[in-house]
Design a protein around this ligand. Structure first.
Ligand SMILES: [Zn+2]
Ligand SMILES: [Zn+2]
Length: 281
């Protein structure tokens, strides 16, 4: 297994970095610098999974968060990936080497996780602030997880996540998925939409809560991104845990999602940028 050639530590942080909290009794969200990982399973149980794998060089932090919540030497049954961007797979190799557990992702994301295909370049020219400008340095070469990464079952179920189903939400990446539990309408969104203006350093640092489309510098298909947000809004989630920003719940979530769908062009889609101009969307 190997990381991409451009793998490196990214010096970006937020007030949330190192902080975690219970979203629900069995859903825990922890922020690594500027991205969230999510643990699904009750504290001290043996049955839990890790959703996404943090920033480069964060494996020690992830392991200690897990051992604190579930017990010493505990390991998740699997890692489920919403997608393969560097800030969601940053520590994955150290983790799977330590734990020897499977990783699951959508079939269309596998080329980016098995060393076959690089993501398109992030767009530092996209409308946005300092983080967008910084994105030129973000790794985009594929990691290679070899046989350890497996395709999510085509029937929508998620291994080791009973009650959840995956929903294909492309646009930000081709094989992006969000995870939904019908029983209590909790949605693990990934980057299909986020609750912080991820392109702006100040907003990322302060984690000011504000609905936003997928992080702009990495989003290449805005048409698909909009369809994905609509699909998620139709589920009427009660709780949304996003890849970036604080979780959003209840009426605030409902009204913000409604707004995002209605005004997607204004709120989400950048006014200019490489992937807005290049494509006819
Ligand atoms: Zn992403
Ligand atoms: Zn992300």
């Amino acid at each position: 297994m190997s990381y991409g050639d451009d793998y490196k530590f990214i010096p970006a942080t937020s007030v949330g970095s190192g902080v975690g909290f219970d979203v629900l009794p069995d859903i825990y969200c922890h922020t690594i610098q500027i991205v969230n990982i999510c643990l699904v399973g009750h504290p001290q149980s043996d049955d839990f999974v890790l959703v996404d794998a943090g920033m480069p060089h964060s494996s020690k932090e992830i392991i200690s968060v897990i051992e604190e919540r579930f017990g010493e030497n505990k390991k998740p049954n699997a890692i489920i990936l919403t997608h393969g961007h560097f800030d969601h797979v940053g520590a994955i190799i150290e983790l799977v080497e330590k734990w020897d557990i499977p990783v699951y992702a959508h079939s269309l994301e596998l080329p980016f996780l098995t060393g076959k295909e690089s993501y398109q370049n992030p767009d530092p020219t996209v409308e946005g602030g300092m983080i967008a400008k910084m994105s030129a340095m973000f790794p985009k070469d594929p990691i290679n997880l070899g046989d350890l990464v497996k395709e999510l079952p085509s029937d929508g179920t998620i291994p080791h996540m009973p009650g959840f189903r995956w929903i294909h939400t492309p646009g930000h990446t081709p094989g992006h998925v969000s995870l939904f539990r019908d029983e209590d309408k909790v949605l693990i969104v990934g980057d299909a939409f986020v609750t912080v203006k991820q392109e702006y350093l100040y907003k990322v640092i302060t984690q000011e809560q504000e609905i936003s489309g997928p992080p702009r510098y990495f989003t290449t298909d805005w048409e698909a991104a909009r369809d994905s947000v609509e699909r998620l809004a139709e589920l009427k989630p009660k709780v949304a845990v996003t890849g970036h920003g604080l979780p959003m719940t209840g009426e605030l979530l409902a009204s913000n999602l409604h707004l995002l769908v209605k005004d997607f062009e204004q709120i989400a889609k950048p006014g200019y940028g490489k992937y807005v101009n290049e494509k006819n969307n």
